[in-house]
Design a binder for this molecule. Structure first.
Ligand code: DX5
Ligand code: ZN
Length: 229
């Protein structure tokens, strides 16, 4: 089974020391940097844009890490090229926000990034059926998007297993990423269900332990899940 990657969500980092904190997570073995882009329309919160993405590109290059941009915005088509030019490796869009999802996915590829699609907790997997062969990543939201630090929605685990089945059935090698409420306590179950990229914000940048300790705890839990798979 391929390795499971850890994707620290910078939303929970201390932005006054962003580079330093991201570097600590990468030094500890995280392979992705997850960038949550929110516009105050699709989701109630407002966060960051291409500028911060660009500023993290050199750090990602230094560590051969993947810049994983999660767009939670309206009018995604308008911004895809900006994020690709800023250095995004993966650009993931919400099926709920894209009326012409197939075109948006093509746009992402044409802009030079790898396309991902994601769906909110209440959106059925059936919404992905037609687009699945076209994408390099599928993201299962295990909280309602908008804020870090929310609790994992337990029914997400079954959704992950079913999505793993759908991907395997079409021979897709797309990444299966999970985002929201991922901790060292549930990482094993999420990996056992078939996920291979785990986003973690507060579990990496929050709490009393160091970033390195938090990444190590997640890694230990992931190995347990891999053995259960
Ligand atoms: C939620 C974001 C997540 C969030 C994860 O809208 O997409 O990436 O930052 O944070 P935690 O791991 O704290 O749930
Ligand atoms: Zn996210």
């Amino acid at each position: 089974m391929p390795t499971v990657k850890i994707a620290p969500s910078i939303l929970s980092a201390d932005f006054s020391q962003l580079g330093e904190q991201v570097e600590r997570a990468l030094d500890a073995g995280a392979q992705y940097v997850h960038i949550d882009v929110m516009d105050g329309h699709f989701v109630p919160n407002i966060t960051i844009g291409p500028l911060v993405t660009r500023s993290l590109r050199p750090l990602a290059d230094k560590h051969q890490a993947t810049l994983d941009v999660h767009l939670m915005i309206e009018n995604e088509d308008r911004y895809v090229a900006d994020f690709a030019q800023a250095g995004a490796d993966i650009i993931t869009v919400h099926v709920e926000a894209c009326p012409h999802l197939h075109r948006t996915v093509q746009k992402i590829r044409e802009a030079g990034a790898r396309p991902g699609v994601t769906l909110n907790p209440a959106t059925p997997l059936a919404a992905l059926e037609e687009i699945l062969p076209e994408v390099d990543l599928v993201l299962v939201m295990s909280v309602n998007p908008g804020f870090g630090g929310q609790a994992y929605i337990p029914s997400s685990t079954k959704k992950i297993s079913r999505l793993r089945g759908m991907l395997d059935a079409i021979g897709s090698t797309a990444e299966l990423e999970v985002d929201g409420g991922v901790t060292a306590d549930n990482a094993a179950e999420i990996v056992a269900a078939g996920a291979n990229v785990l986003v973690a914000g507060s579990a990496i940048f929050g709490g009393p332990h160091s970033i390195a300790e938090n990444v190590a705890s997640l890694r230990t839990a992931i190995e347990v899940g891999r053995n259960e798979r």
